[in-house]
Ligand binder design. Sequence first.
Ligand code: KG4
Ligand code: ZN
Length: 347
Amino acid sequence: MLILGLESTCDESAACILEYRGKQPSRILAHALRSQEEIHQDFGGVVPELAARAHLLHLDRLVGKTLAQAQTGWDAINAVAAAAGPGLIGGVMTGLLTGKLIALARDLPFIAVNHLEAHALSPRLAEKIDYPYLLLLISGGHSLTATIEGAGRYRVWGESRDDAAGEAFDKSARLLGLDYPGGAALEKLARRGQARHDLPRPLAGASHCDMSFAGLKSALRRLVEETNAAGGAGGKQQEKTRADLAAGFQLAAAESLAERSAKAMEFHLAHTGAAAPVFVAAGGVAANAVIRQKLRETAEKRGFRFSAPPPWLCTDNGAMIAYAGGEKLRAGITTGLDFPPRARWPL
Ligand code: KG4
Ligand code: ZN
């Protein structure tokens, strides 16, 4: 089944034509993505109005591009899926309407997809992973652990009590003088540094599964201020300190995520009794190599198989929307064309 997937909830416009294959890993026939990074960079964050306009300007062309790339015509497409939230409402409306109108014009089944659910299911796109599995979802707006029992069947164990992991990365990157979105840039800077500062692992040892990142970000802010006050060294020394701080923050975030995930593994095992448990990480922050490594070590030590999608499928993309649409269709779920765009829409 060929499914067209559309993503427009934040600052990436993306379209994908996916050959959805049910229990087997699916095949991405074509994928087009346009990031809006350079539009928002000057503002230090995503400007909703500008994002919506850019989606409106580019989505049509991206859809055309995927059709050409897949060397296929409309007649071959079997269904349309679009992200209907949660996200910035103007962008969500743009992608959702585009999807609905294509479905209407071509008389195709339509599926409104929850963007978080698409991240949650994304590990199954590229690799054979059976339900149930334990998920760590770490994106720009959300951080949570949940047992995924099937499309639409989730048991959430813990969530961030303050900043999302990606938000903490973005804010910390900004403190270190890096452009928005800072996660990937911070990882790059950290490669040149050593984690030598003392930074907290919030909620470590807690008996629940919640996470917290605000304290870590504040601790980093204090260290940055101290460094700036000490100022004098300037030049190379300052640069080295920035890299060390980036490495310190990244390690603390990675260890904190691993420790909180280890707690969720206990809950997952007690809940499912799975003999061959699987732990997957998804969402933009799961593109981070240090975090992936820490999560893998933690999982394998506890008898879990670890999996994470390739980095480009961790950050926002159209393939995960098409895949989630396929999972819904397989479960017999389609959406009416009156489905509303949703700024908020929990998993
Ligand atoms: O999943 P995503 O693309 O969009 C949302 O649904 O939010 O996640 C974006 C977040 C941003 O906060 C970005 O800074 C972060 O993922 N991110 C990273 C890396 N790549 C993206 N954080 C840490 N290391 C990375 N390599
Ligand atoms: Zn996302």
